[in-house]
Design a protein around this ligand. Structure first.
Ligand SMILES: [Zn+2]
Length: 92
C-alpha cells in the first residue's frame, strides 16, 4: 500500500473514531509534506459536513426533523424506487 493510500484510509478512519496518538501523528507528519492528502482531508471534511446535516452521526437513518417536507418526499420516492428494483420493499 502506498503511503498516500494508507494515510487517506487513516484520515477516513479518524472521522469515524478516535485514532491512537501514534496514528494521528503519522497523519499529521504526512499532511505537512503532502499537498494531495491535505486536499483529500479537506474534501472529506466538507463531504461529511454536508452529509452530517441530513444523516445521524452514527450513520443510521435521516434526521427527519431537519429535512424539509420536499426532500423527505424525495428520499421516500428514491427508497420506493430502490425497493422496486430489488423486488422487495425492505431495506437491509
Ligand atoms: Zn499523501
Amino acid at each position: 500500500m502506498s503511503k498516500c493510500k494508507e494515510i487517506s484510509k487513516l484520515i477516513s478512519d479518524s472521522m469515524e473514531q478516535k485514532l491512537p496518538l501514534k496514528q494521528q501523528l503519522g497523519i499529521w507528519l504526512h499532511l505537512i509534506m503532502c499537498k494531495k492528502c491535505r486536499e483529500y482531508r479537506i474534501q472529506m471534511m466538507m463531504v461529511r459536513q454536508v452529509i452530517g446535516k441530513y444523516v445521524n452521526a452514527d450513520g443510521t437513518g435521516y434526521k427527519k426533523n431537519r429535512l424539509s417536507g420536499k426532500s423527505r418526499n424525495h428520499i421516500k420516492q428514491l427508497q420506493k424506487e430502490d425497493g422496486k428494483k430489488r423486488g422487495s420493499g425492505q431495506m437491509k
